[in-house]
Design a protein around this ligand. Structure first.
Ligand code: ACO
Length: 439
């Protein structure tokens, strides 16, 4: 593995036009792992052509040293470390440090980082009043988009994106304040008082405490649930150039402030094909209701004329298995054991659905395996987290990935404003028709 991308290979490209062929050479860049990339940056200048790649299925949009996925082998590495090793041995704040700084912290660095994050968890008091503008029945993701976007109106002293110190303060603030905002969004929906963070609790403990305690009685955080929450956060912390991360990078490429960029990422995450999937899995399992109805839903998922898809199955990148799903399945059993949930009908249904789908030719041939969201919904439900909060939790976890990728982009000298091209298929130029001449 080399550290710098190498460009020893080239690709030859022949453009055939009216019987004449023009040949061009394009550099091929090799990263440290993963497929080579054909460098098309000069393609338009040299050939007058754009590339066409809706959904960016074959397009690398940036260089990155943060996360690597090998979808065929089911590998996910954060800064080179396998996700299962991190989930087993590390904790979320250590993973945050790793993603942000590129190396695991020493003991001293770890303690300082934890201290600095803890001391940024409280929100500007004025934000409490900002919440009051929302309807009580607002979806918490709507609240998250609004409140996180509004942070730039409260923290003026960390908006200078060309200043590395400002960038780091904004990054710490985002990582530290997301659980507080998420818990407030939940409390607001219940009509319960907001709970202030406590500096003697760990990051996942604090989150559970702010979600579930009230001023009326003492609340003791269950360590098994705190550990499960920590794992869920680690598993969702970063995932290369997915839709929300690319959204953050695209928003940031124009020089927008970090709070606005993360709000854009939250908006992108909200969709059911991305972060909304675990909520959709649970809704689907509830809709299926019983084992005998599974075949009917499998049939619907395979029917091209039916928009129904098996939620929690399939992934743009993983075509073998999702390594996060394995850890999630194990955590799911741990949480249910701890809570004494012996008969969870939705878990039974999920296991049976997985079994049937994995034996079905359609799913086997299309390489559709359970993704990280398949089991996470069941764990979160058992922990007492309502479905509408599932994507919010994902946003809490992914914030570190977003800010790490955003920082990397700002520091990249080859960074340009993101500006895709298009294949135009509309009208050619035509004259304006006055109103009285239109049919
Ligand atoms: N159920 C049934 N069929 C499926 C499913 C599914 N869950 N997923 C994909 N397919 C089929 C497609 O219909 C398509 O069939 P075709 O080749 O005959 O047209 C084929 O498998 C390939 O699927 P694409 O949608 O082209 O693959 P893509 O990479 O674009 O989509 C996605 C990936 C969006 C995740 C898709 O698998 C899906 O919608 N899954 C359900 C939603 C979900 O669980 N999302 C969570 C993703 S993980 C995350 O964001 C953390």
């Amino acid at each position: 593995m080399n550290d710098k991308p190498s460009t020893e290979k080239t690709a030859t490209y022949t453009l055939t036009d009216n019987g004449t062929g023009r040949t061009f050479e394009l550099p091929v860049i090799q990263g440290t792992c993963g497929p080579d990339v054909i460098d098309v940056r000069k393609l338009y200048a040299e050939t007058g052509c754009f590339t066409y790649d809706p959904g960016y299925t074959s397009t690398g949009s940036c260089e990155s040293k943060i996360t690597f996925i090998d979808g065929e082998e089911g590998i996910l590495l954060y800064r080179g470390y396998p996700i299962d090793e991190l989930a087993e041995n590390s904790d979320f704040l250590e993973v945050c440090y790793l993603l942000l700084y590129g190396e695991l912290p020493t003991l001293e660095q770890k303690q300082k980082f934890e201290h600095d994050i803890i001391y940024h968890t409280m929100l500007h008091e004025q934000i409490n009043y900002f919440f009051r503008g929302f309807r009580r029945d607002s979806h918490p993701m709507a609240v998250m988009c609004g409140v996180v976007g509004a942070l730039s109106a409260f923290y003026h002293d960390s908006l200078e994106i060309s200043d590395p110190k400002h960038r780091m303060v904004a990054s710490y603030r985002l990582i530290a304040k997301m659980p507080t905002i998420a818990a407030m969004a939940y409390k607001f929906s219940l009509g319960q008082p907001f709970v202030y963070p406590r500096n003697d609790l760990s990051y996942p403990e604090n989150f559970l405490y702010m979600m579930f305690s009230t001023p009326c009685e003492p609340y003791k955080v269950n360590p098994v649930l705190a550990r499960a929450m920590d794992r869920i956060l680690i598993l969702h912390a970063d995932h290369e150039q997915n839709a929300s991360t690319s959204t953050v990078r695209l928003a940031g490429s124009s020089g927008a402030n970090p709070f606005a960029c993360i709000a854009a990422g939250i908006a992108s995450l909200w969709g059911p094909a991305h972060g909304g999937a675990n909520e959709a899995v649970l809704n689907m399992l509830q809709e299926i209701g019983s084992r005998d109805r599974i075949p009917e839903y499998i049939k619907r998922a395979k029917d091209k004329d039916d928009p129904f898809r098996l939620m929690g199955f399939g992934h743009r990148v993983y075509k073998n298995f999702d390594p996060r799903a394995k850890v999630m399945e194990k955590t799911c059993h741990e949480v249910l054991d701890e809570l004494g949930v012996r008969d969870e009908p939705l878990l039974d249904l999920a296991i049976e659905l997985e079994r049937i789908a994995l034996e079905d030719d359609y799913f086997v041939q299309k390489k559709l395996y359970p993704n990280v969201d398949f089991y996470s919904g069941i764990i979160l439900r058992a922990m007492g987290i309502p479905t509408s909060m599932f994507t919010v939790l994902f946003a809490v976890a992914r914030t570190v990935g977003w800010v790490a990728q955003w920082n990397e982009m700002i520091e990249d000298p080859s960074q340009k404003i993101g500006r895709p091209r298009q294949l135009y298929i509309g009208h050619t130029k035509r004259r304006y028709k006055p109103l009285h001449k239109r049919d």
